[in-house]
Design a protein around this ligand. Structure first.
Ligand SMILES: NC(=O)c1ccc[n+]([C@@H]2O[C@H](COP(=O)([O-])OP(=O)(O)OC[C@H]3O[C@@H](n4cnc5c(N)ncnc54)[C@H](O)[C@@H]3O)[C@@H](O)[C@H]2O)c1
Length: 268
């Protein structure tokens, strides 16, 4: 299998390293808007080369993995699936717009390309997927983050919340997933994954809690439906190279790639 990784930051670099060790992966093409970042990652790998654009090697590529930004994902995904190439999306918030998402999925279907969305930095997604086979009454995702994970968010700045001076646990957002993924594009991709699997962006409720003492990005997923109820708690270690991203997100991308290239679907 030949893969292209778009975005060689916290997730992309770890994924590239893991892919380099997978015998099923023969070639890794790396793309980053900052070429020096891709060059640095490629320098430590056996199978990787840097290319200027995802299009450069699309004919030779079986799977494109996006680990960059929502904007880049929105731009790249339709171009990739239109060429019949499979696509893995990490910036899941890019799928919030219903018209865009439906058009993308339709295009993928027409061109027989698959779209993969890893579980990301959240546990319990397996239960939600099964539960969605019958009626789900409510889905609430409560995410707790420390100040470093919530810096430079315009919504919080506009509300006069200085994340570095908040002294107590504070709910800084409460509302539908649709709004949450737009306001916090780098922080709450899991809300988009949960919305897509469960009851959609408008009915999925999201709470974001700023905890000045938090050392992890934690998620509580509470789902109630005809199956019963489950509550899952995930206490994530933030990536040292990007505190907005949890290490589990990179591990989930690596696990997804292994499942795809080995065709082993335990826990599907
Ligand atoms: N699904 C999940 O659970 C989950 C969890 C964490 C992060 N994410 C998302 O995954 C994405 C990657 O996260 P990260 O922590 O690796 O981010 P990062 O900031 O560490 O790395 C992103 C990289 O993409 C590059 N980039 C930006 N725009 C680009 C473009 N147009 N073309 C090519 N490269 C571009 C940047 O230069 C950077 O090197 C983000 O959108 C993040 O929000 C998803």
């Amino acid at each position: 299998m030949r893969i292209t990784i778009v975005g060689c930051g916290s997730i992309g670099s770890k994924l590239a390293k893991a892919a380099d060790d997978m015998e099923e992966v023969k070639r890794i093409y790396l793309v980053d808007i900052k070429k020096d970042i891709a060059d640095k990652v490629a320098a430590g790998l056996k199978k990787a080369i840097v290319v200027d654009s995802v299009e450069d090697e699309l004919y030779h590529c079986d799977l494109v993995i996006e680990s960059s930004t929502q904007e880049a994902a929105r731009e790249i995904a339709p171009r990739v699936v239109s060429r019949g190439v499979d696509m893995m999306i990490m910036s899941v918030g890019s799928l919030v717009d219903d018209d865009y998402r439906q058009a993308l999925f339709q295009k993928a279907k027409e061109h027989e390309a698959k779209i993969f969305i890893p579980t990301g930095a959240l546990c319990g997604v397996d239960g939600l997927r099964s539960a969605a086979g019958d009626e789900i009454l409510s889905v609430t995702l409560t995410t707790t983050k420390g100040p470093k994970s919530l810096t430079d968010i315009q919504y919080l700045i506009d509300k006069g919340i200085d994340v570095n001076t908040v002294k107590e646990k504070t709910v800084v957002y409460s509302g539908p997933a649709r709004e949450a993924v737009k306001i916090f594009p780098k922080n709450i991709n899991v809300a988009a994954t949960v919305a897509l699997l469960g009851i959609g962006f408008d009915r999925t409720q999201v709470k974001i809690v700023l905890d000045p003492m938090a050392t992890s990005n934690s998620h509580e997923l509470d789902v109630e439906g005809n199956f019963g109820r489950f509550v899952s708690h995930t206490y994530n270690v933030p990536s040292p190279d990007n505190p907005k991203t949890s290490y589990l997100a990179a591990l989930s991308a690596i696990a997804a790639l292994k499942r795809i290239c080995r065709n082993e679907w335990v826990g599907i």
